[in-house]
Ligand binder design. Structure first.
Ligand SMILES: [Zn+2]
Length: 294
């Protein structure tokens, strides 16, 4: 047996063991089956995400802005989606991350190195990248070469930032991670201007008892922080709810309706935001009342 073959066999054995025991099996292996043909949502907003993690492209008239950049290992899919939507990936000037988890930051380093794209991340998550990189879950990416980054700009609560023709009002909405962002901005199509709203992280995976105990939040304060964050932005006027994951606003079902040329744009819905935030509040209260979670 050659040394080369020994190395190959060793790595295959380790790889199989590792995949078996990691989240990668579920999250990042064979994810091309999640490809979604990109589509125009409204005004200057396009959907270029997959069937699990949302990515929104905003054509600001002075470069493209992405909100999130896909799962780790899904960058080729994102690049394909941007081309298929009729844009050139090199025009992506800025990427705003909803939060610092591995499934939202996949393309960040590629876009920075390839096109000089500027990376924006909530300040608390930027701090966690330095002090607690494990909270990004990058270790589950399925690729040992994946790494975190130092953002070009750390988003603070109340920041208002202009990207080309689009003025975005940001808030920090900690809970799912410490640095989740919420974003609100106007989108115009023809005579109509609507308010878009985005909440950067609803998942309870990081608010389960086992997770919180492990990271030292034994009183589970993070859950109360999450409830406060929902309340903080609950009454924002939102007519175009942009999801963080597809299930938040049923993006694929709405896209199907859009494709069927229904009269009203199915993404324009002034109830969806409030209803979903209230649903997450009630769901969190249920989790907090569950004895197995205390
Ligand atoms: Zn997350």
């Amino acid at each position: 047996m050659s040394k080369l073959r020994d190395t190959y066999d060793h790595i295959q054995t380790e790889r199989a063991k590792w995949i078996q025991g990691s989240l990668a099996k579920k999250y990042s292996i064979n994810q091309e089956k999640r490809y979604v043909h990109p589509f125009h949502m409204f005004g200057n907003v396009w959907y270029v995400g997959d069937s699990w993690v949302c990515v929104h492209l905003i054509d600001t008239g002075d470069g493209l802005l992405l909100i999130d950049c896909g799962n780790c290992g899904a960058t080729a899919m994102l690049v394909q989606a941007i081309w298929e939507a009729g844009f050139n990936p090199k025009d992506v000037k800025w990427i705003v991350m909803s939060h610092g988890h591995l499934d939202h930051i996949g393309g960040a380093i590629f876009f920075r190195r390839m096109f000089g794209t500027k990376l924006y991340l909530g300040e608390p998550d930027a701090r966690d990248y330095r002090e607690h990189p494990e909270l990004s879950l990058i270790q589950e990416s399925g690729n040992l070469a994946d790494e975190l980054f130092e953002p070009d700009y750390e988003i603070k609560d109340g920041d208002r930032i202009r990207f080309g023709n689009t003025d975005i009002q940001f808030y920090l909405v900690p809970g799912h991670t410490a640095g989740c962002i919420a974003a609100f901005f106007d989108v115009t199509e023809g005579e109509k201007t609507v308010r878009a709203g985005y909440f950067g992280g609803f998942g309870f995976n990081t608010m389960q008892k086992a997770f919180l105990d492990d990271i030292g939040d034994t009183k589970h304060e993070t859950r109360k922080t999450f409830l406060k964050s929902l309340e903080k932005v609950r009454n924002q006027k939102v007519e175009l709810f942009l999801g963080n994951h597809c299930t938040n606003n049923n993006v694929l079902e709405r896209a199907k309706k859009l494709g069927e040329n229904c009269k009203e744009n199915p993404f324009l819905d002034d109830k969806a935001w409030g209803e979903f935030l209230d649903f997450k509040r009630d769901d969190m209260l249920k989790l907090m009342a569950d004895p197995a979670q205390n």
